[in-house]
Design a protein around this ligand. Structure first.
Ligand code: HEC
Length: 170
């Protein structure tokens, strides 16, 4: 009895080690940004945007968009919901990508920064009945959790960094 119990334990341990040895390596997941600073503490002032046609020509910040940070902003499941709806082949390492909106492909070839800026700030101004959330808007939202009242989903810099990343998707 004792012998068989020990054998079983040894066999199980060996099995686990074998499974670990043959299991395919998990794909690398990009670094997740911590919950964005603009969602806690003092509410940052809302940058006024000027809409010209289907665009917002002026960047929301002085600091130019950083595509590497933008990639992390978009990949960050704690605050970015893009992947719930869109497939993003440029982030192929992330699992469970959405299929209910067009895949985010060829954006850098089809859009300017000014067009993507309006799309991210408030896509409803382009397609009034779109499901896509307005990422830089505080008015006219419904069912906002009290701790997020007056706050935008993305900070102004997140918007600029996200645009810089999306433009790299040719
Ligand atoms: C709730 C679903 C949803 C979420 C979340 C969402 N989108 Fe969208 N998005 C859509 C839909 C639907 C469209 C198609 C056009 C429309 O309805 O406005 C779209 C269109 C777009 C387009 C134009 C695509 C093209 O090929 O012309 C871009 C760019 C885009 N979204 C970027 C984003 C980014 C970046 C995020 C995250 C910051 C995001 N979307 C989050 C639903 C979503």
């Amino acid at each position: 009895m004792r012998f068989s119990f020990v054998s079983l334990v040894v066999l199980l341990a060996a099995g686990a080690a074998w499974a670990q040895a043959v299991a395919p390596a998990a794909p690398p997941v990009p670094e997740r940004t911590p919950l964005q600073a603009h969602l806690t503490g003092p509410i940052p002032p809302l940058v006024k945007v000027e809409i010209v046609g289907n665009t917002i020509p002026q960047p929301l910040t002085q600091q130019p968009g950083d595509p590497a940070r933008g990639r992390r902003v978009i990949a960050d499941a704690s605050n970015s919901t893009c992947l719930i709806c869109h497939e993003v082949p440029a982030l192929a390492e992330l699992p469970d990508q959405g299929k209910i909106a067009p895949p985010l492909e060829g954006l850098g070839s089809r859009y300017t920064a000014a067009e993507l800026r309006l799309r991210l700030v408030n896509a409803k101004l382009i397609t009034p009945d779109t499901m896509m959330p307005a990422y830089y808007r505080t008015e006219g939202l419904t069912r906002v959790q009290p701790q997020f009242a007056g706050r935008t989903i993305y900070s102004a810099q997140d918007i600029e960094d996200a645009i810089a990343f999306l433009l790299t998707i040719k």
